[in-house]
Design a protein around this ligand. Sequence first.
Ligand code: F42
Length: 331
Amino acid sequence: MAKFGVEFVPSEPYWKTTFYAIQAEKKGFDYLWITDHFNNRNVYVALTAAALYTEKIKLGPGVTNPYLINPVVTAQAIASLNEMAPGRAILGIGAGDKTTLKSTGLEMHKPLTAVKECVEIVRRMTSEKSVTFEGDIFRTNDAKFLFKPRTEIPIYIGAQGPKMLELAGRLGDGVLINAGHPKDVSYAVGRVEKGLERSERGLADVDVAAYTSFSIHENLEKATQAAVPVVAYVAAGSPEVVLQRHDIDPEKAEKISKALRAGKWGEAFGLVSSRMIEAFSVCGTPEMCMERITQLLKSGISQFVVGSPIGPNVRKAIDLISEEIIPHFEG
Ligand code: F42
């Protein structure tokens, strides 16, 4: 049985994200992920509001990073959330978005090491009385909480590059793969499996999530129009190897990137091709989305996350997913 997650970007007022969270829980979603970028609303405030108005959905940042937020503060925040929503907190950690980090003056120094040390510090802070840690990047000296955290908070690693995917397999309770095409997801699952070998675990021991750009509507054209802006950003930011995997001309992606940087939205969005939509989103009518999810499940995922934009109208899209998609994959 597939698990379903939903991702919200806290770019809208808190009451709206909370409303969507309540709706998602009622409509059968198992996981709620909120993205973390300093230039949007604060992720833990959004999660706290959602926690107060929900009862069973699991919820957490998808994903925070060790550069902007020190691991002990991440441990404190997630332990506090887990007190407010007992046993429901989940934690997504990744390297962080390069562009946003740059604008804060932070360098993404040794991302693999930073993520690995962050995972260890969070795990130890939420399970041990006092933590002394000597890492390459982080250190703690007899760090302890003055409250007792509930333990066992699952940690998911947000990963794209081959080494980070392996690290996720080696260390994570789960992995958030930022892709929605079977070619990318199969590749990623292969790397996760490599990491799993080193931890003497198998694929069934971790929750492998496809964290997708998703857009659903009964009318294909409307679903596609909603997906275009997100796909423009993904295409512009994709490494050449990924563009090649989908037969996308890197020059075209570079043109989109240039237009986005210049704020020429019309030009950028006009350059998005149907091949890019197919490669970088799960988009279309309920039947089309169902077919893609079936393929992704065959690639080895255990959780399917519907991410931004979700559809031309988020509330209606959540209804449509719960009526047409989730029941199809239950049981
Ligand atoms: N980023 C955010 O800032 N906010 C979000 O809400 C968010 C959500 C999200 C969800 C799922 C997901 O998969 C990613 C998400 N991201 C989000 C993006 C995430 O933070 C990363 O930017 C993204 O996953 C890309 O990182 P990556 O996993 O591809 O790792 C990068 C940094 C990388 O270069 N990886 C290489 C690899 O092969 O995996 C490793 C490079 C390497 O080996 N580095 C060495 C080391 O020790 O780290 C040393 C290099 C040196 O400095 O000498």
